[in-house]
Design a protein around this ligand. Structure first.
Ligand code: HEM
Length: 459
C-alpha cells in the first residue's frame, strides 16, 4: 500500500505539520485541493466524530480519474447522501441516482439534449442575449452584476430549445428561486452541515415546482406532440409497464434538466467574462475575430463554428474555474487506485479543480491561455486532465449545447461591448454544489465604437 497522507479534522488549526489545510477549508475551497493534491495523487481524511465516522478520499490525478470513470467505473456509484439532498428539489433518478430509474430517465432525456435543434438554439440564445443587452444598457457604464442576467439567458434558452416554451417576466423570480435553493442545498451537502430543512427552501422549491407544473398543464391542454424534450416526455412510456409518465415524474425530470441547463452555464460564463475583463489583449483579439467572421450579421449555425477564439476562451475558463469543481462517488467494492488500497464504502471525491490545475499536466497552470485549446496544442493531452463535463456513464449530456450557447453569448456581448471589472470587486471562488463567485462580480460594459455589429444590434 502506498504512502497515504492522512489527516483528521479539527476545527481551527491546520491538521498536519505538512501544511495541509483544515478540512472545512478543503471542502469549501476547491482551489486548496491543488496545494494538497500536487504532492500526492490521493489524500485521505476523516471528519471528526460525531460529524461523521466515514473515511473520505480526494483524488486529483488524471490516472486516478481514468481508473474511477473508465477502467473500473462499475465500482464507483453516486453517493446516496448527495442524491437525497438533491432529490428534495428534483426527485429521484436523473442527476441524483445511479440505479434502474436513473438509466430509464437518462434514456428518456438524452436524445433531445444531445441533439437539440441547432437553428432554434442559435435563435433563442441570440434573442435572449440581445434582450439582456437592451435591459442593462442604462446601467452598463456604472457596473452590473452579470450572474443573474446569464442565469436568465440560460433558462430562457433551455425553455425555448428543450420545452418549446417562452419564459416571460416570471423567469426572474423562477431563476432567483433556483439560485437560492441551489445555494441552500450546497450548504446541506457539506459533510459537517447540521442544517435543518429551512422553510425558505420549501417555499422556493414549491415555487419552482408549481411553475413547471403550470407549464406542463398548459402543454397538455394545447398540444402534446412535438420534437422537443417536453413533448417526448409527455408521450413517453415506461419500458416495463408501457404506462405513460405521470405529471410528477415529468415535472421532476424537467426541474432536473432546467437545473443542469442553467446553473453551471451561468457560473462558467460569469468566470469567462471575468477572465476576459482581466485580459484586455485577449478580449481585443476575440473582438477582431468576431468582426471579421460575423460582419454585421447575427451569429448563425454557419458562422458559429468559425468563432474559434471565443470557443477556446470558454474552454479555458472551464479549466480555470470548473463550475462543477468536484464529483463524489462511493466505492462499492475494495479496489486499488494507482497502487493505493481503497476499501468498500469509501467516499471518493474527484477534484476536477485539481486535475485542471495539475502542474505536471498543464504548463503555467494558473495562467489564462485560451490557445491551449487550439487543435495543435490540445493534441496529446491526457484525456482525464480536463473534464469540466464529467466522464463515464454520467458525463454531461448538454456539453455541445452548453459550448455553443456560451460562444453565442460571448460573441453577442463582446462584438458590442468591451468589458472590464468594476473597481473594488473581490475575486474569490466558493465551491459548494457549483463553483460560484463568493462576492458579486460587477462589470463595466463600454460600448465599442465603429463596429459593423452595431448596425445589426440597433435593429
Ligand atoms: C458549462 C456548462 C455545464 C457544465 C460545466 C456541466 C457539467 C456537468 C457535469 C460535471 C456533470 C456530471 C455529474 C456527475 O457525474 O454526477 C453533468 C451532468 C449532466 N448535465 Fe451538464 N454541465 C453543463 C451544462 C449542461 C447543459 C446546458 C445541460 C442541458 C440540459 C446539461 C445536462 C446535464 C445532465 C442531464 C446531466 C446528468 C447526467 C446524469 O445524470 O447521468 N448540462 N454536467
Amino acid at each position: 500500500m502506498g504512502d497515504w497522507i492522512e489527516q483528521r479534522s479539527r476545527r481551527a488549526a491546520p491538521v498536519t505539520s505538512r501544511g495541509l489545510c483544515e478540512v472545512r477549508d478543503l471542502v469549501l475551497r476547491p482551489e486548496r485541493d491543488v496545494e494538497v493534491l500536487k504532492r500526492c495523487p490521493l489524500v485521505r481524511f476523516r471528519l471528526r466524530p460525531p460529524v461523521s465516522l466515514e473515511q473520505r478520499l480526494i483524488v486529483g490525478h488524471p490516472e486516478a480519474a481514468r481508473h474511477i470513470f473508465e477502467e473500473n467505473a462499475g465500482n464507483y456509484k453516486r453517493e446516496e447522501r448527495v442524491g437525497c439532498v438533491l432529490a428534495q428539489l428534483m426527485g429521484a433518478g436523473l442527476v441524483t441516482g445511479d440505479d434502474d430509474l436513473w438509466e430509464q430517465h437518462h434514456g428518456l432525456v438524452a436524445p433531445a439534449i444531445r441533439s437539440p435543434d441547432e437553428a432554434k438554439l442559435v435563435r433563442a440564445t441570440v434573442g435572449a442575449t440581445k434582450q439582456m443587452l437592451q435591459r442593462i444598457s442604462g446601467q452598463a457604464a456604472s457596473g452590473i452584476e452579470l450572474f443573474g442576467e446569464l442565469r436568465r439567458i440560460a433558462l430562457q434558452t433551455a425553455g425555448a430549445v428543450l420545452l418549446d416554451y417562452e419564459f416571460g417576466a416570471e423567469v426572474e423570480e423562477f431563476g432567483s428561486a433556483f439560485t437560492r435553493v441551489i445555494g441552500e442545498l450546497g450548504e446541506r451537502l457539506m459533510p459537517f452541515s447540521l442544517r435543518l430543512l429551512p422553510l425558505g427552501l420549501l417555499r422556493e422549491t414549491r415555487l419552482i415546482r408549481r411553475r413547471v407544473e403550470g407549464l406542463i398543464a398548459e402543454r397538455r391542454r394545447t398540444r402534446e406532440h412535438g420534437t422537443d424534450l417536453l413533448a417526448q416526455l409527455l408521450t413517453a412510456r415506461r419500458p416495463e409497464t408501457r404506462a405513460r409518465l405521470d405529471d410528477v415524474a415529468v415535472r421532476d425530470l424537467i426541474v432536473a434538466v432546467l437545473f443542469t441547463a442553467h446553473e453551471a452555464l451561468a457560473c462558467a460564463l460569469n468566470w469567462c467574462f471575468l477572465l476576459l475583463a482581466l485580459h484586455r489583449k485577449l478580449q481585443d483579439r476575440i473582438q477582431e475575430q468576431l468582426d471579421e467572421v460575423l460582419g454585421d450579421s447575427p451569429v448563425n449555425t454557419r458562422n458559429l463554428e468559425r468563432l474559434e477564439l471565443a470557443h477556446c476562451a470558454f474552454d479555458e475558463a472551464l479549466r480555470l474555474y470548473p463550475p462543477v469543481p468536484r464529483l463524489t462517488r462511493v466505492a462499492t467494492g475494495d479496489d486499488t487506485i494507482m497502487g493505493y488500497d481503497v476499501t468498500a464504502g469509501t467516499v471518493v471525491q474527484i477534484s476536477i479543480y485539481a486535475l485542471h490545475h495539475h502542474p505536471d499536466y498543464w504548463s503555467n497552470p494558473e495562467s489564462f491561455d485560451p490557445a491551449r485549446f487550439s487543435e495543435q496544442r490540445a493534441e496529446g493531452r491526457h484525456p482525464f486532465s480536463y473534464m469540466p463535463f464529467g466522464a463515464g456513464p454520467h458525463a454531461c449530456l448538454g456539453k455541445g449545447l452548453a459550448r455553443n450557447e456560451a460562444t453565442i453569448v460571448l460573441a453577442e456581448v463582446l462584438r458590442r461591448y468591451s468589458i472590464q471589472l468594476a473597481p473594488g470587486c473581490r475575486i474569490e471562488p466558493e465551491g459548494k454544489l457549483s463553483l460560484r463567485a463568493r462576492y458579486p462580480l460587477r462589470f463595466v460594459l463600454e460600448p465599442r465604437r465603429d463596429v459593423r455589429a452595431v448596425k445589426w444590434l440597433q435593429k
